[in-house]
Design a protein around this ligand. Structure first.
Ligand code: UDP
Length: 416
């Protein structure tokens, strides 16, 4: 079998008082029917990215309620990841050519992993396109595949490149169920027995989202040269054109004009992979656009910066997320969970999390964003109330306990 990922134990009971009681009870009740059930999550990487982050919590929580959950990563190599990265972009609609040889490379690695597949499970959850062919290859080989197989799609495949989708579709359709983030991401002609919608969620106990006292927040700000006594706006995002970093700078300048004397600061925090030339290019563009403004701080990191993210999401009066396109936008849920109102682009998964006028505002231009931010800065009571609404909204709908519950509900539907 391919490689097992060890996870640290977690106790569902530790989420009591944080996640809604009815979710905890719901999980226990449904888990009764699946005591000792073998559940396998399969993806391509144990570190980095939202999928790995979520599995780090979901797998041990399932184990804690009596399910024999496992997480395994498929065997790959750089030539395979190069192809799957292209697939990822092509399935999200980018016009990248994929050669027959590249399709063959994809199949060769999936076949190798299918050959290694020598265990029996009740439920197998295959995450994203990288391992998507394993199930069909097992069937085609005549080896069979026991249990229910679920394909979990974390990307937006509404307008895929036809050639890439034509190749991938039979593999996807060989599963018993497919799971998408939201209805608009479901391909209408997808032919699987069960389609489920399960939105992403955040872990309230992780270093990125756990409570943090004022002194620690202020220290993180000072360490980064930011003044904790002056108000600030923040956007936490990779430097990426779809996150509109230049629009963030424009918004800040417009707000500052409308709120003279406030001493407003702007902080943009982003992780930057050393092998991501686009990230470096957009960081440089943003720096040039900021033009030496002493109130604008661009803070990058090449390692995990969860504590920084946590502190800035808390310290900000308003968090911006000026995305022009966004699959879900976990940063929105993260900031709302901290009771910070968010002003964000009205795109992709953002409106699911952010109720316009209740948790923050949905906007389409820097001018619109600036007007809303200025309003919030001038009305601290309204801001505080939005923050309280926002936290409760995330508590009820976007904590990982809800996600565990959604998976158990799907297992139940598939068992009937
Ligand atoms: N993130 C981080 N450090 C940063 C910037 C982002 O840890 O400097 C995290 C962020 O907290 C979130 C994830 O990266 O959990 C980004 O997810 P999102 O869905 O917002 O956007 P994506 O980068 O997947 O397009």
């Amino acid at each position: 079998m391919f490689e097992n990922v060890e996870v640290l134990p977690r106790a569902l009971e530790d989420y009591r008082g944080i996640a809604p009681d009815e979710q905890l009870e719901g999980i226990r009740k449904l888990a009764d029917s699946f005591q000792g059930a073998r559940v396998l999550h399969v993806n391509a990487t144990a570190f980095g990215g939202g999928v790995a982050e979520m599995l780090t919590t979901i797998v041990p929580l399932m184990q804690d309620v009596g399910i024999e959950a496992e997480w395994r990563v498929i065997e790959g190599a750089p030539e395979f990841y190069a192809v799957t990265k292209k697939f990822h972009n092509a399935l999200q609609g980018m016009d990248v050519p994929i050669s027959d040889e590249e399709f063959e490379t994809y199949l060769r690695y999936n076949r190798r992993n299918a050959e290694m597949f020598d265990e029996e499970y009740d439920f197998v959850i295959i995450h994203d396109p990288q391992p998507a062919a394993i199930h069909k290859l097992l069937l085609d080989d005549g080896r069979g595949a026991s249990g229910c197989w679920i394909w979990r799609c974390h990307i937006d495949i509404t307008h895929p490149q036809p050639r890439a989708w034509g190749f991938m579709c039979p593999f996807v359709e060989s599963h018993d169920a497919a799971v998408f983030t939201m209805q608009q991401y479901v391909k209408p002609d997808l032919n699987v027995r069960e389609v489920a919608l399960i939105a992403p969620a955040i872990d309230p106990m992780s270093p990125k989202n756990a409570d943090m006292d004022h002194a620690t927040v202020a220290n993180v700000l000072r360490e980064n040269g930011v003044d904790p006594t002056r108000p600030l706006l923040a956007q936490i995002s990779r430097f990426d054109p779809w996150k509109d970093p230049l629009g963030v700078v424009d918004t800040f300048r417009l707000v500052r004009q409308q709120t003279p004397g406030l001493g407003l600061q702007l902080v943009m925090v982003g992780t930057m992979a050393t092998d991501d030339p686009e990230g470096h290019e957009w960081y440089e563009r943003t720096r040039a656009h900021a033009d030496g403004d002493p109130d604008i701080y661009l803070i990058t990191s090449e390692v995990d910066n969860s504590v920084q993210v946590n502190a800035f999401q808390r310290a900000a009066s308003v968090v911006l997320q000026m995305s022009k396109r966004e699959g879900f936008g976990l940063v929105v849920a993260e900031a709302l969970w901290k009771g910070t109102p968010v002003v964000a682009g009205n795109v992709g998964g953002i409106p699911m999390q952010l109720r316009d006028g209740l948790d923050g505002y949905l906007v389409s231009t820097p001018q619109e964003a600036a007007d809303k931010v200025a309003h919030l800065l001038q009305h601290p009571d309204a801001r505080a109330e939005m923050g309280r609404n926002a936290r409760e909204h995330i508590r009820s709908d976007f904590l990982l306990t809800r996600k565990v519950l959604d998976y158990l509900r799907l297992f139940e539907r598939l068992s009937n």
